[in-house]
Every structure is written in structure tokens, then in C-alpha cells.
Design a protein around this ligand. Sequence first.
Ligand code: HEC
Ligand code: HEC
Ligand code: HEC
Ligand code: HEC
Ligand code: HEC
Length: 488
Amino acid sequence: MSLFEKFRESWLRPALFFGNNPVSLAGGALTTASGVTTIGYWLIELFGHVDENPYLGIIFILILPALFVLGLALIPVGIWIRRRKLHKAGQIPVEFPKIDLNDPVFRHGIDIVLAATIVNFLIVAAASYRGMGYMDSPQFCGRSCHVMTPEYTAYKISAHSHVACAECHIGAGAEAYLSAKVNGTKQLLEVTFHPLASLAPKIFPNYPTPIPSPVTSLRPARVICEGCHTPTRFDGDKLLVKSSFADDEQNTETETVLILHLGGEDSFSHRTGIHGVHLGHIEYIATDPTRTAIPWVERQNADGSKTTYVASALNGGQPQGERRTMDCIDCHNRAAHTFMTAEEALNRAMADGAISPSLPFIHKKGLELLKTAYASPEEANAKIPQQLAAFYRSQHPELLTQKADLVKAAGLELATLYNQNVFPFMKVTWGTHPNHIGHQNYPGCFRCHDGDHAAKNGTSITQDCSACHNLLAVDEAKPKVLSDLGIR
Ligand code: HEC
Ligand code: HEC
Ligand code: HEC
Ligand code: HEC
Ligand code: HEC
């Protein structure tokens, strides 16, 4: 007997015989239907425009291929069930119905089954590859799950809006991938059971609101940030200009101009300044979960000795808490998800003209509207512009005709600022996620540089303003230095 004949006698015939059952047939139909739809979607995607809607992505890239595989699996399951049933009833035929290869209809049938198997195999391979890629895309991480809305919103307007979430949160390597998937499955369960969890919190898992920060599972910044940034290359000084507006009728503008000593590594391997001195050899213990209270800091010196700086509040005691080596994220904790304070958001929008400083009292009124709580983004979109218009109608009715466009634009921009920073359903509001860069709005650098962290040798972590920056102007109206520099 030739190989093919053997195959036909002992496999093909029984398979065809047993395969003639509702479960296997349904499986075949499911596979064909989802396979054809999936291919259709790929073709549309290849040649046409596909909506970026993440839910469509979930259906076409995750669910359809899953149905396809389910259909494939049902075929042998049906065969197995039918075989068992017939076996029990003693109805298995001695000879399976004849397969006549001379029958052209039947021969073509076999060709089709073989071809379909190869195509099926290709579809499963391509689909699982695409599914994996899709699950790593910002679309999937950020948009299909509304829990991530605050982070996704901030990410979209950050300098890293083109860096995939997975680049920072998962990184390369199979181990990272797996642990992310385990974590992700847990989160998926939390999201799925969320509606039940509010009824029976003890039984069903739920996600925390807001999502806690810091992310303790984040891989060391050396691995994630230094894949793209070379820390020692940011040498030199950086000029920073910040505008702020007052609450008076004219919204009087003042500016602060400073030169930040970013430092880095010079050609003699001297490490100086903000970027040069911290990386790799400073450890600290934070006694609270947000890493804000840092009473203990230790620096490894070039000669191998250690200098320990402790806060006076510690009174010689040993702090309890997370011990960590300082890296990028201890300063750049909001690198991809910067939430602003209401003042910052408003000052920036006024400085770049999105909210016109020519509108009387816009700073005072705008801040008041931003700091009011609205139950949902829709409510903010409706009420903020409405209340701004109402304010001008009562105080400066002439503006509603003379500067109607500016009033309208200001109202819309205020609502946008609100919705970029406040997310009531996740309990994220102004100030929920502090930013460690600087020291004006949050403790930031002053968690350590507060002048109260002293070493035994009498030195302390510096609070000298000029160690970090030269203040060229502080809250000055039209600072001369800006015109000297040719900036204004
Ligand atoms: C450039 C790197 C980077 C990218 C890209 C990035 N993140 Fe983050 N993410 C961070 C850092 C850093 C933190 C804060 C970590 C810390 O403080 O420990 C963070 C924190 C978070 C948190 C915790 C809550 C919070 O606000 O601190 C969530 C949730 C999150 N990111 C989701 C996302 C999602 C979703 C995306 C893609 C849409 C994304 N991230 C892209 C770096 C990144
Ligand atoms: C995949 C590459 C990539 C990774 C990973 C990455 N960055 Fe960036 N980052 C960039 C690029 C590109 C820019 C410049 C974007 C621009 O100027 O539009 C940038 C800009 C920045 C800036 C300046 C802009 C700003 O937001 O103030 C900071 C700070 C920064 N990155 C910090 C980080 C930190 C911290 C991490 C690790 C958590 C990180 N980056 C990870 C590519 C990356
Ligand atoms: C001690 C705090 C601190 C650490 C640690 C730190 N940075 Fe920074 N970094 C800063 C400050 C402050 C700025 C200037 C902020 C600004 O422009 O408002 C800055 C600016 C930057 C910029 C923008 C540079 C530019 O020219 O605008 C990048 C990119 C950056 N940091 C990346 C990193 C990376 C990557 C790491 C880790 C390897 C890191 N930083 C570690 C404090 C830090
Ligand atoms: C976890 C504690 C910690 C944090 C947070 C921290 N630093 Fe430091 N910093 C240190 C230590 C420790 C030293 C070394 C002290 C010394 O050499 O005298 C240092 C040194 C410096 C120096 C060099 C000072 C000098 O006299 O040469 C600069 C500049 C500096 N830090 C800037 C910053 C800035 C800017 C931030 C915030 C973005 C910041 N640091 C946040 C611990 C910290
Ligand atoms: C450990 C480093 C460090 C020390 C010490 C320090 N600063 Fe700063 N300061 C910063 C950084 C970093 C920023 C920039 C923050 C940013 O990028 O928005 C800043 C910003 C500022 C600003 C502008 C803030 C704004 O948002 O408008 C002022 C004003 C200022 N510092 C005043 C001072 C004064 C006064 C002292 C001395 C008592 C001082 N700083 C000490 C690191 C430091």
C-alpha cells in the first residue's frame, strides 16, 4: 500500500465518517466564516482606511482569530464525541465508506481540504503574531480600557506620544513580556468584574482609583530610558522661561527666567550638574508609598566610602521603607504622563495665546472655573464655556459682540485643560499625581535638597539656589534679560 493509500484508509476515511456530525460541522463553519472575515479585514486594512477604534481592533484582531481557532478545535472534538458514542453503541463500521479517488468530485474535495488546512495554518500564524503586536500597541493599552484614560490622555500630548507604552512599561525580552501578560490578565479581570466589585467588594477583584504611582514593577530606568537617551550627553545649561499671569483685570504678565545647570559628563569624565551627580551611586529610603518622604540618603563616593545624609526628624532612628537606587524616574516620574496644576495649565495656555490675555479677569475667572468640580468630561465641556460666557454677559456685555471669538475659544480651551487633567471616574484631579521636577508645586528636588539632610561631617545636601540654577529674573514684567538675549 502506498503512503497515500495508507493515509486514506486509516485516517481520511474514518475522519470523514466521524466528521459528519453537528459539532465538527459547526466548527468548520465557524472557522471558515471567521477566517474569511479576518482576511477581509486585513485586505481593507492593507488597501483602505480603517477606523482607529480600539473596540474594532479587539473584535478583528483578538476575538475573530480566537473564534477561528475555536472552530478548528471543535472539528476533532466532534469527531471524538461521535466516535465514542458509536463505540459505546457498538456501531463502528468494519469498513468505512469507500473513498473513490476516481470520482473527480471527491478528488477535488480532498484538494480543497488540503489547501484549506495550509491556509488555516497561515491564518493562525499571522493572527497570533498580529494579536501579540496589537496587545502591545498604545491603542490597546490606552484606549480599549477606560481605566487608562488619564495616562493615555496625558501621553498623547507628551513628548513621548510616539513611544509605545510597552517600550517603557514592558521592555524587550520574553520574561518581561510574560510578566506583563500575567499582570495584564489580572487587570483585565479587575476591569471585567468592576461592576460586580462595587456590589460585593470582598468577592470580586477591582482596580484601584486612581491607579497608584509609582509603578513598583517598572523596570530600572537604565533599561527603559537609556535605550533612547544617553544621560551623559545632556551637558551644559538649559534656559527656562516661565510666564505667569495675575488675577487683576489686565491679567498682568510676569516672567521668570532661569538657567538650569543640567550638567552631564565632560570630555574629562567629570560628572557635574543635575544630570551628572545623581545617577548610579545615590540610594535612598522612602517612608511613604509615593516616595515623597525621604529621610535617609546615602551617596557612594569615588573612593568607595559612603556619606549618609539623614533628616533631623529621624532623630537618629532607622527609617523603615523602600530602599532604592536613584534613577531618571526619581526626577522624571511624569515623563510620559504630565498632569499639571490648574495654575500651570492656565498660565501656559495664556502664554501661547490659546486663552487670550486681552480678556479682562480671564486669569481669575478661568482659574475659578478650572477648580470647580464637574461630574464628567461632557459636563465640563458644556458648563465651562457656558459659565464663562455668563460671566462676561454680566460684567462686560460688550465683549460678547466685540470679542465673541476669543470668549468662545477661551471657554473651549478651559474645558480642554480640565479634561486633560481631571478624570472624576478615576478620582484623578489637580495634584493627584505630583511631578518631581523642580520644587515650586510639589516637594520634588526638595525631598532631599531641603537643607535638612545632614551628614556626620557637617555637610548637608545643598539647598543653594545657584547649585541648580541661575535665576536671571523672578516674576518680572518684561525682563530686560529676555530682550538682551534677543528672545523678546
Ligand atoms: C516614556 C516612557 C513611558 C511611556 C511611553 C508610557 N509610560 Fe506610563 N509611566 C511612565 C512612568 C515613568 C510612570 C511613573 C512611574 C513611577 O512614578 O514609578 C508611568 C506611570 C503609568 C501609570 C501609573 C499611574 C500614573 O499615572 O503614574 C499608568 C497606568 C501608565 N503609566 C500607563 C501608560 C499607558 C497606557 C501608556 C501608553 C498609552 C504609557 N503608560 C506610556 C513611563 C511611560
Ligand atoms: C523609544 C525611545 C524613547 C524612550 C524609551 C524614552 N524616550 Fe524620552 N524622548 C524620546 C524622544 C524622541 C524625545 C524627544 C521628543 C521631542 O522633542 O519631540 C524624548 C524627550 C524626552 C524628554 C524631554 C521632553 C520632556 O518631556 O520634557 C525627557 C525629559 C525624556 N524624554 C525623558 C525620558 C525618560 C525619563 C524616559 C524613561 C522613563 C524616556 N525619556 C524614555 C525618546 C524616548
Ligand atoms: C536629579 C534629577 C534628574 C535625574 C536623576 C534625571 N534628570 Fe533629566 N532633567 C532633570 C531636570 C531638572 C531637567 C530640566 C527640566 C526642564 O527642562 O524643565 C531635565 C531634563 C532632561 C531632558 C531634556 C533635556 C533638554 O535639553 O531639554 C531629558 C531628555 C532628560 N532629562 C532625560 C533624563 C534621563 C534619560 C535620565 C536618566 C538617565 C535623567 N534625565 C535623569 C532632572 C533629572
Ligand atoms: C533622593 C535624594 C535627591 C533628590 C530627590 C534630588 N537630589 Fe540632587 N543630590 C542628592 C545628593 C545626595 C547629592 C550629592 C550631595 C553632595 O554632593 O554634596 C545631590 C547633588 C545635587 C547637585 C550638585 C550639588 C553641588 O553642590 O554640586 C545638584 C545640582 C542637584 N543635586 C540637583 C538636583 C535637582 C535639580 C533635583 C530635582 C530635580 C535633585 N537634585 C533631586 C540627592 C537628591
Ligand atoms: C536642588 C536643585 C534646586 C535648588 C537647590 C533650588 N532650585 Fe529652584 N528650581 C529647580 C529646578 C529643577 C527648577 C525647574 C523646574 C522646572 O523645570 O519646571 C527650579 C525652578 C525654580 C523657579 C521657577 C519656578 C517656576 O515654576 O516658576 C524659581 C523661582 C526657583 N526655582 C527658585 C529657587 C530659589 C529661590 C532657590 C533657593 C532657595 C532654589 N530655587 C533652589 C531646582 C532647584
